[in-house]
Ligand binder design. Structure first.
Ligand code: BES
Ligand code: MN
Ligand code: ZN
Length: 492
């Protein structure tokens, strides 16, 4: 649950807002709208800026309490002058910065000569930053720090055009928030069944939602996926979501998500320290779900299928054992060496199923797949593995535009050999080295004739570092990235 900002756009400043936020460059000039509203503000700001040493630099701000007789209680001026490494101001981040300064208060934001696209980006930053997952805080003293609904008015010349763009940018932000909520939710609440229920809400936006239960999955032959959930009291499920915004004959784009609602490791149980984080092991499924919400919400003109595998990895008398051999949907057999390498087993069957069933233009899967990718890339890039240079380049570009960054890592025969098994066609772990790559090689054995990319988001989907647009543990990583990919390259 989040406390999101209600954002309206208008051309002229009206009423008497208590707090006004605006921007300025190193020229230290206030927007004409403000000066017209109150002429004495100009001189007051000039003096205050000089006294505080404020130079309008990007990342800095001047937070002023106004004296009696002036029209507002507070004036916050945010710096716009780019730092060395920047070229243009990033309006999404500026919005985030403003939201952080307001911490829940309502305000008017004055942006005179800013273009409509930048205003809408700014609104998206404000909106994303104001997200807070505090639905389980019930004590009175927590109430105070709980964020209230924030009402923001963006005052700008381009208000009318910005309002139109915001419909689509807000849909994308809502998709991100949907993903964040799913990742932050604890596993006693977000069971496989509850996850599937929440996806049915997407029907209201025109998404077709089909839930496959264990019986149906067994009939299809998804024995690798079912093996992961067999020690859990919660039933495994696969949810297929379809958004048909393209022409009938357009090949669909396919997105596939790992949805391990909790990963104890199974019989190869994980150590206790930090295990609570494994409620976020469905970050891939959350990103795919949020993406479907975003695309449907902005009526994207493309055919898209999103498929998530929802399972819980628990140790139990019924649980899968190391040494077990399962036959996957592809017919290939897998020797289970470590029951904690479960995500790839889920994805193996989904990849095979999606390529067969939907003949997609490309398949992209997202998964909190390996701790090793965090060792390699930390929290700042997702690992990218792909059989296509073009798709990789497109993902890179979308990553840079959204600041949801990806970094390509290699695939190749010598790595693939590491998962050959003594007893079956392959084993589910490749030993100590290159853990993220051997996991990706495993997935590639279930991809035939289609462009494919795998994003290992273990470091970026959860436990995320604070940014200007996120203070949430679950970042919703992937929603904005993949929305951008679709928008830039695959809409008619
Ligand atoms: N869900 C984990 C990966 C993970 C680790 C995600 C930390 C987020 C934070 C995955 O299922 C896992 O346990 N992978 C093992 C694989 C190993 C057994 C080959 C890992 O990374 O240790
Ligand atoms: Mn695991
Ligand atoms: Zn896992």
């Amino acid at each position: 649950m989040s406390h999101l900002t209600d954002i309206t756009f208008q051309k002229k400043m009206t009423g008497s807002p208590k707090i006004v936020v605006t921007v300025c460059s190193d020229s230290l000039t206030l927007p004409a709208t403000l000066v017209a509203y109150s002429a004495e503000l100009k001189e007051f700001f000039r003096k205050a800026a000089a006294a505080a040493g404020f130079e309008g630099k990007s990342g800095s701000n001047l937070n002023l309490v106004l004296p009696a007789g002036t029209p507002f209680d507070r004036l916050i001026v945010v710096g716009l002058s780019p730092k060395k490494e920047e070229t243009a101001p990033n309006w999404r981040n500026l919005g985030g910065q403003m939201s952080g300064l307001l911490s829940g208060d309502s305000a008017s934001i004055v942006l005179d000569d800013v273009g409509a696209e930048d205003i809408s980006s700014c609104a998206q930053g404000l909106y994303l930053r104001s997200y807070k997952f505090d639905k389980y805080k019930t004590r009175k003293d927590d109430e105070k720090s709980k964020s209230k609904a924030q009402k923001l008015t963006l005052v700008a010349d381009a208000a009318a055009d910005a309002k139109k763009l915001w419909q689509s940018d807000q849909a994308v932000a809502d998709g991100t928030v949907f993903a964040r909520d799913l990742v932050n939710e604890p596993a006693n609440i977000l069971t496989t069944s509850e996850f599937a229920e929440r996806l049915k809400e997407l029907k209201d936006l025109g998404v077709e939602v089909q839930v496959l239960d264990e019986k149906e999955l067994a009939k299809i032959g998804m024995r690798a996926l079912l093996g992961v959930g067999q020690g859990s009291a919660m039933p495994s499920k696969v949810v297929v979501m379809r958004w048909n915004g393209g022409k009938d004959k357009d090949q669909p784009l396919a997105f596939i998500g790992k949805g391990v609602v909790f990963d104890t490791g199974g019989i190869s149980i994980k150590p206790a320290g930090g295990m609570e984080d494994m409620k976020g092991d469905m970050g891939g499924a959350a990103a795919v779900s949020g993406l479907m919400k975003a695309l449907a919400g902005r009526k994207a003109r493309a055919n898209v299928v999103g498929v998530v595998g929802l399972v819980e990895n628990m140790p139990d008398g019924m649980a899968q054992r190391p040494g077990d051999i399962v036959t996957s949907l592809s017919g290939q057999t897998i020797e289970i060496i470590n029951t904690d390498a479960e995500g790839r087993l889920v994805l193996a069957d989904l990849l095979w199923y999606v390529e067969d069933t939907f003949k997609p233009k490309f398949m992209i899967n997202l998964a909190t797949l390996t701790g090793a990718v965090i060792v390699a890339l930390g929290n700042h890039h997702a690992g990218l593995f792909s059989n296509s240079d073009d798709l990789s380049a497109a993902l890179h570009k979308a990553g840079n535009a959204t600041e949801e960054l990806v970094w390509r890592l290699p695939l190749g025969k010598p790595y693939d050999k590491l998962i050959d098994s003594k007893f079956a066609d392959m084993k589910n772990t490749g030993g100590r080295w290159a853990g993220s790559i051997t996991a990706a090689q495993f997935l590639q054995r279930f991809v035939r004739n289609v462009d494919w990319a795998h994003l290992d988001i273990a470091g970026t989907a959860m436990g995320s570092p604070d940014t200007e647009v996120s203070r949430s543990w679950g970042s919703g990583f992937g929603v904005r990235l993949l929305n951008q990919l679709v928008r830039d390259g695959y809409e008619r």
